[in-house]
Structures are given as structure tokens and as C-alpha cells.
Write a protein that binds this ligand. Structure first.
Ligand SMILES: [Zn+2]
Length: 620
């Protein structure tokens, strides 16, 4: 099984899958729980060699300048079912276990085969545990490659979720309490998840201790030769920190040298930029300001965060960001301005990626961390909600240029509906609830950017647009999201949990089936791959001094059951756009109507549908 395939066939916690694979065609056709579990609606996780619920992790970690890591982890867990004897842990392959002991310091047997063979870690307990019984193990381990020295005093934590022994069945989302101590070379700064309790220099080492303030889905760190800046927000009371490298990591050194010492005959276009002395410190204000604003917007929309601070930290890569509780890993290129970035790395991967990667990652503090997701089938909420959150950032930060916000949704619709070089549209790959399983040979990794992010974002965007009240406020939507955060804080939520929350807060206009359920919407857009097309013609006519609005709206490319409310907008003579009507459409149909508006001072300039990309659809 090749690496690429292995990465995508992980359908845990489901146990049974039908898959086909060869060098080019990797497909998961279906995946299920055992029938006994499906019948009882209970996934025991027993087959993964344990079924444990980790309660507490006490981690003492020493990292050398080379990146070599020495770990001492004390893990307390509860058995989830009777007879738990062998537990499955996830530990990065090159971190080799020296010893595992129980609370009485008695050695325990364990299995960890060669790093190139099957390095999964299994611990054999001295006796079977009963459901709910607590057990504590201590694991000593050590190895290289889990942390990479990326040059210039920068380090890259390669093993993000398994630098310590974690629950193999739930690598992300087994909410637990953490107590951590880090020892790193003197002169470097540690930024870890949780609240920093102490920091001191002992011998040649920087020693810091950290504790979780609330249960965390995972734990992690970033460190390096950092400069730090921070702002203390009052509402909400959160400290936002920005860390930046004093020197550039190795990935830039060669580019820098090339820029400063151009080859004979090569144009030295970068002359206006002092690359030789460049560091990201001068630019650390940008992520700080972005996070300040994002935290305030998201608190307003999603409710308070459970953490007292957020740290924006750089990582030596340009292509992606990531978010751990309290700690955001920003691609180092996000610290550059457009000119510098263009000179160093050329065009961005995706238009506007740089503008929103910071706000997207900050949003994961809510989506993915405060509220976890249950399985790969629910992961779309984490990514989609974060991507939606970034649209709120764009809308408010670039309020003077409303086109930025509209373009945000226009681009995301393009990602979903433009054919890739093999002729396939991402939206047709399958529903978002199949998650990364859909990354088959026709879509590969582009599925993340082209389906999970934009479709997940669109689902929430459509709900927001449906939940605008009579006063033009999206208050009902905000109330729903805050309820969702509050209800599922520090635990995992499923797609059905979210659907139930939507149904609790839905407005009468969303009740298209008259049963106070949102099945119609979820079946079409969440569990389905619907993409309607609309054509719209309209005019405002003057009839004996009164204005009559005439329109013809056609919905096509849908199943006969497909239904939607389509908002109609009008652009007034002063340029303002208002939402002034909405029509319910069912199946492939055309609606033609004349609506007398009575005497209006000035007839609107024009009417349009889908002005805010309210409905994920194509224009015809
Ligand atoms: Zn994300």
C-alpha cells in the first residue's frame, strides 16, 4: 500500500471497508462499523486493541539543538469496556520506546516494531481492566526526526499529534488534561499549548512548565529564536501574542543568497528589497493585528473561547498553516508582504490564500479545538467553519471594498465547480461527509482546497443567509452558532449534532417541508452533491404611476424533489443593495410573476438573485 493511499484510507473509527487499490487507482468504496455496533449505535473501539479514554497526560520533554527529542510521558486513562488488556497508542515512528512501567514502577510488555515495518505501539497490561477502571502508564522514549532543525534558530515540529503516546483510536479529540515541562537549549523560546506556569534558565537549558486550563483535544508546541509582541484584548479578555523568527530558516537562505548575489547577466529585480538583512520580526505586527481582529469577530459570532490567550507562531513552510489549542502555526510566507512574497516564492498557491490563512487558523481555536469533530465524516465542519469564519474577517476588515467579500465566495464557487485537468469538478466527487476518503486518483490532495474547505464554508454561509431576520440582522444565526459552541465545548460533535442545533434555531422561512426539520437542506448540500442552476430576468415597469416588478426565475439541473428559497435583491438608485423578496422553488421549474409595488419614489435600478452567493448554484 503506498503512502499516499495509506494517508487517505484511514476510515477509523469504522472497521470494515471495501477498497480497491493499485499504483494509480485508490478508492474506498464504502466503510462501516461492525453490524453489532451499528445496531446498538455504539462504537466501542474495542477492535483497535483497547478502547481507552485518556484523562491526563503528564509530559516531560527535552529537545536538543539537533532536534533530538527525549520524552517521559505519564498517561492516565479509563478502560472503555470490560476485558481491556492490550491498548493501542500512537507514537511517531522514529521515537523509540525504551521502557514502559506501571504506577508501581513495574515494567510492562509492549510491542513496537521497526520504524520501517509496523511501528504502531501496543502496551500489554498486567491484567484485564473493567469498564471505567483507571490505569496509569509511564513511557520513556527518544529519537530524531520528530522535530526538525530548520535552520536560523527555527525548528519544525514534524510529529504534531504523536510526539507523545496518544490514543491510537482517537488521535485527535480525546479531550484530556495536560501538564507539560519542556527543556530546550538556552536562548530559544518555547510556545506550548496551555497556560505557561513558569520559565527559567537552568544550566544550558530553557525550562518551562505548562498546564491546560480546560480539556484539550491535543497538545503541542513550537519553539525557536523568537521575538515576541502581544496585545491584551479587553472584550473578550484574551491575550494575543505574535512570535517571529529573528533569522530566516534555511528554505529562504538560498533564495536570499541568490537575490543578493545574482548570477552574471541575471536581472537583479529585488534591488529595492534588503533581502540580506530580512527577518520576519519587522512583519510580526501583521499576524498580531489579524488575530486581534479575528478573535473579536469570532467571539461575537461563535461565543467565548475557553482559552486565555492565542499565540501566532511561524513555521518554516509556505504552503499551509495549522492550529493547535492556543498555538497557531502560520506559514512563514504569511509574514511577508505581497512584494516580498512574490520575490521569494512567486505566485501564491491559491488566490488570496495569504490574506486569510491567519484568520482561518485562528478560527480553528473554535472549530476543531473548542468544539471537536467526531470522525472523518464530521471533519468538514472543522475546515468548513474555519473557512467560513475567514469570510467574516474579509467582510469586516475590507468593509470599504465589498467586492472582496463577494469575490471570496465567487472564488470558492470556482474551486468547487471548475473542472480540473482530468475533467472533473470537485463538487461531484461526493458529499463533504465522506471527507478525505474522496481524495482518490481523480482529485488527489486538491480535494482539501477544492471541496472540503469551500463546500463546508458554503454550507454555513447558506445557513447564515437564510437566518437573516426581518431587520437584516444575522442575530439568529449567531445565536445558533453560540449555542453550538456552548453545547459541544471540549467535546466532539457530529454532523447530526449540528443539524439538531440548526433545527432548534431555524426560522419559519427555512421550514420548507413544514415539519420543522432541515432534512431538505442537509440531504441536498451536506449529505448530497446538489448544484442547481438559475436563470433570472426581471424589470421594474411603470404602470399608471405605480411600479410593477416583473420577473422570471428558472431553477434547473436538479432532481424533482430539490427545493430552495431563492432571495431576490434590488439595487436602489443610490447604489444600496437590499434583499426584498424570496421565492420558493421546487424541482426543474420556472416561476413568472408580476408584483405590484405601488407608488415608489424611485424604482430600483435592477433586481438580481444570489447577490451574496446565498445559494450554492450556477448562473445560467
Ligand atoms: Zn483548516
Amino acid at each position: 500500500m503506498n503512502d499516499r493511499f495509506q494517508q487517505y484510507v484511514n476510515v477509523a473509527p469504522e472497521e470494515v471497508a471495501l477498497l480497491t487499490y493499485d499504483s494509480t487507482k485508490d478508492v474506498v468504496w464504502s466503510a462501516f462499523h461492525f453490524s453489532s455496533e451499528s445496531e446498538s449505535h455504539k462504537n466501542t473501539g474495542a477492535e483497535l486493541g483497547g478502547g481507552i479514554d485518556i484523562q491526563k497526560q503528564k509530559l516531560v520533554t527535552q529537545i536538543e539543538r539537533s532536534g533530538k527529542l527525549d520524552g517521559d510521558a505519564t498517561t492516565t486513562f479509563l478502560a472503555q469496556h470490560d476485558g481491556t488488556r492490550v491498548i493501542a497508542l500512537d507514537l511517531f515512528a522514529t521515537l523509540r520506546v525504551q521502557k514502559i512501567t506501571d504506577e508501581a514502577n513495574a515494567p510492562l510488555s509492549f510491542i513496537q516494531e521497526d520504524k520501517l515495518e509496523d511501528p504502531n505501539l501496543f502496551v500489554i497490561l498486567p491484567k484485564p481492566l473493567k469498564a471505567g477502571e483507571s490505569f496509569t502508564i509511564r513511557t520513556l522514549y527518544s529519537g530524531k526526526d520528530a522535530v526538525l532543525n530548520s535552520g536560523g534558530g527555527t525548528y519544525f515540529p514534524v510529529a504534531r499529534e504523536n510526539w507523545f503516546p496518544t490514543n491510537a483510536a482517537v488521535p485527535f479529540g480525546d479531550y484530556a488534561e495536560y501538564e507539560m515541562q519542556f527543556k530546550i537549549p538556552k536562548g530559544l523560546t518555547m510556545v506550548a499549548t496551555g497556560k505557561r506556569l513558569s520559565e527559567s534558565t537552568e544550566g544550558g537549558q530553557n525550562v518551562s512548565t505548562w498546564a491546560s486550563e480546560t480539556a484539550q483535544a491535543t497538545a503541542g508546541f513550537n519553539f525557536g529564536k523568537f521575538k515576541e509582541k502581544e496585545t491584551k484584548l479587553e472584550k473578550p479578555a484574551i491575550t494575543v501574542q505574535s512570535f517571529a523568527n529573528e533569522e530566516l530558516p534555511d528554505i529562504f537562505q538560498n533564495v536570499q543568497n541568490a537575490a543578493n548575489n545574482p548570477l552574471p547577466g541575471q536581472e537583479h529585480e529585488e534591488s529595492g528589497l534588503a533581502l540580506g538583512t530580512m527577518s520576519t520580526v519587522a512583519l510580526m505586527e501583521k499576524p498580531l493585528a489579524e488575530a486581534d481582529i479575528a478573535v473579536q469577530i469570532y467571539t461575537n459570532y461563535f461565543g467565548p473561547l475557553n482559552y486565555t490567550h492565542i499565540a501566532m507562531t511561524p513555521q518554516a513552510t509556505c504552503s499551509y498553516g495549522q492550529s493547535w489549542p492556543y498555538v497557531v502555526y502560520l506559514p512563514i510566507c504569511a509574514y511577508l508582504d505581497d512584494t516580498q512574497r512574490h520575490q521569494l516564492v512567486g505566485e501564491s498557491l491559491r488566490q488570496q490564500f495569504w490574506k486569510t490563512v491567519g484568520p482561518h487558523e485562528v478560527a480553528h481555536q473554535w472549530w476543531g479545538h473548542t468544539v471537536g469533530f467526531d470522525s472523518y465524516r464530521d471533519q468538514w465542519m472543522s475546515e468548513g467553519f474555519a473557512e467560513f469564519a475567514a469570510s467574516l474577517f474579509v467582510q469586516q476588515v475590507y468593509a470599504k471594498d465589498p467586492k472582496m467579500y463577494l469575490d471570496y465566495w465567487k472564488y470558492r464557487r470556482e474551486f468547487l465547480t471548475e473542472k480540473n485537468n482530468m475533467g472533473w469538478r470537485a463538487i461531484d466527487a461526493g458529499p463533504v461527509t465522506l471527507g478525505y476518503r474522496l481524495a482518490n486518483e481523480k482529485f488527489g490532495e486538491s480535494l482539501t482546497f477544492d471541496l472540503i474547505y469551500p463546500k463546508g464554508a458554503y454550507i454555513l454561509h447558506m445557513l447564515q443567509q437564510m437566518m437573516v431576520d426581518a431587520h437584516g440582522s444575522d442575530g439568529p444565526f449567531r445565536a445558533m452558532m453560540q449555542d453550538f459552541t456552548k453545547t459541544y465545548a471540549n467535546r466532539v460533535a457530529t454532523t447530526e449534532d449540528f443539524k439538531a442545533t440548526v433545527e432548534k434555531h431555524m426560522l419559519p422561512r427555512m421550514d420548507l417541508d413544514g415539519n420543522h426539520r432541515m432534512d431538505w437542506f442537509f440531504n441536498q448540500y451536506v449529505y448530497g452533491t446538489a448544484l442547481p442552476s438559475y436563470s433570472f430576468d426581471s424589470s421594474f415597469e411603470n404602470q399608471n404611476g405605480a411600479t410593477v416588478f416583473k420577473f422570471k426565475l428558472t431553477q434547473s439541473n436538479v432532481t424533482p424533489e430539490f427545493k430552495m428559497t431563492v432571495p431576490i435583491y434590488a439595487e436602489l438608485t443610490n447604489g444600496r443593495v437590499i434583499r426584498f423578496a424570496e421565492v420558493k422553488m421546487v424541482g426543474n421549474n420556472t416561476l413568472e410573476q408580476s408584483v405590484p409595488l405601488g407608488q415608489v419614489k424611485e424604482a430600483p435600478k435592477r433586481a438580481m438573485i444570489n447577490y451574496y452567493y446565498d445559494v450554492l448554484a450556477l448562473d445560467k
